[in-house]
Write a protein that binds this ligand. Structure first.
Ligand SMILES: Nc1ncnc2c1ncn2[C@@H]1O[C@H](COP(=O)(O)OP(=O)(O)OP(=O)(O)O)[C@@H](O)[C@H]1O
Ligand SMILES: [Mg+2]
Length: 285
């Protein structure tokens, strides 16, 4: 699609009061680039005119703040405990991207009583008004936390690399989400690819097995090349799309954001309330 047409679609999405998109970024294998992808796509979407928030749901080593060069002092845990309002723990990153540091708190989420659940949903309701896209940066693997957040999100973006281990781990994640949670559609981005052909080959491999053995459809969202500018940007604690805008990885990330942002949302299944409701209900089961 032409860039201008996509941009127009994004602008219309932003202005037409479309429901919020909730997209979980997950992978199976660790270190494939989820956090960097989430952070950079967030910044790129924000610069394309969307209001974006990223939740750091990697409860082990929360490193979204590192990529953004932030040092938040409060997290979702304070909100769950009723010590702070959601608006108070959200920190603002580059390009106006809002970040919800999670650090910990999922165990607390699952143990909330009815009154606290309602209080949290009220908090979330207020946030919903000012957002177009919510990205959830999850941890690696298929631990309870990852499944918990990914199952609750309306859309799942699975990040893979061309490495065979990344493909088998992604397959494992997709399998659990498909068989246990009934998810039938996944978005896929290939990171650290040598080029377009390399990325498409990796995607094709995964798509064939998920289709054949799980009856699951994968949608290719694009790829990000292996690029030294990325680790350099991490060291500088600035998202690469800002630190090195003309680097190949940055151009690809902006492209990926355009495609993601231009996709139609999932309608009534989107939305922040819906996401948190599912999250809270999931915790009970
Ligand atoms: N396209 C790329 N080219 C080169 N290096 C990259 C690329 N993408 C990510 N990296 C590097 O890979 C490392 C891991 O990236 P990142 O932390 O985003 O992965 P992750 O999937 O979030 O990891 P975890 O599973 O631990 O949460 C980072 O140090 C980053 O610099
Ligand atoms: Mg990460």
């Amino acid at each position: 699609m032409a860039e201008t047409a996509t941009d127009l679609a994004i602008a219309q999405t932003a202005s037409a009061g479309e429901p919020l998109r909730v997209i979980a970024v997950a992978s199976g294998k660790g270190g494939v680039g989820k956090t960097n992808l989430a952070a950079n796509v967030a910044v790129a979407l924000a610069r394309q005119g969307l209001r974006v928030c990223v939740v750091d749901a990697d409860l082990g080593l929360a490193n979204l703040d590192v990529v953004f060069g932030l040092a938040p002092r409060m997290s979702l845990l304070h909100v769950i405990r009723g010590e702070r309002r959601l608006a108070e723990v959200i920190v603002e990153g580059p390009a106006g991207v809002r970040i919800v540091p999670a650090a910990s708190g999922v165990e607390e989420l699952t143990a909330l009583g009815a009154a606290d659940r309602i209080r949290l949903l009220d908090e979330v309701d207020g946030l919903d008004v000012g957002l177009d896209v919510l990205l959830i940066d999850t941890a690696a693997g298929i631990s309870g936390n990852v499944l918990y957040f990914t199952a609750a999100a309306a859309e799942a973006l699975v990040v893979i690399t061309p490495e065979p281990t990344s493909l088998t781990d992604a397959y494992g994640l997709i399998k659990v989400l498909a068989t246990r949670y009934g998810r039938r559609e996944f978005l896929v981005a290939v990171n650290m690819a040598a080029g377009a052909a390399d990325a498409e080959t990796a995607f094709g491999r995964l798509a064939r097995v998920t289709e054949r053995f799980l009856g699951v459809r994968l949608e290719y969202e694009g790829y990000v090349p292996l690029d030294d500018a990325l680790p350099r940007a991490v060291r500088a604690q600035t998202p690469v799309v800002l630190a090195a805008p003309s680097a190949p990885a940055s151009l690809a990330l902006v492209q990926l954001a355009r495609r993601l942002g231009g996709r139609p949302g999932t309608g009534p299944n989107g939305g922040l309330q819906f996401f948190f409701r599912r999250l809270l209900e999931e915790g009970r089961g």
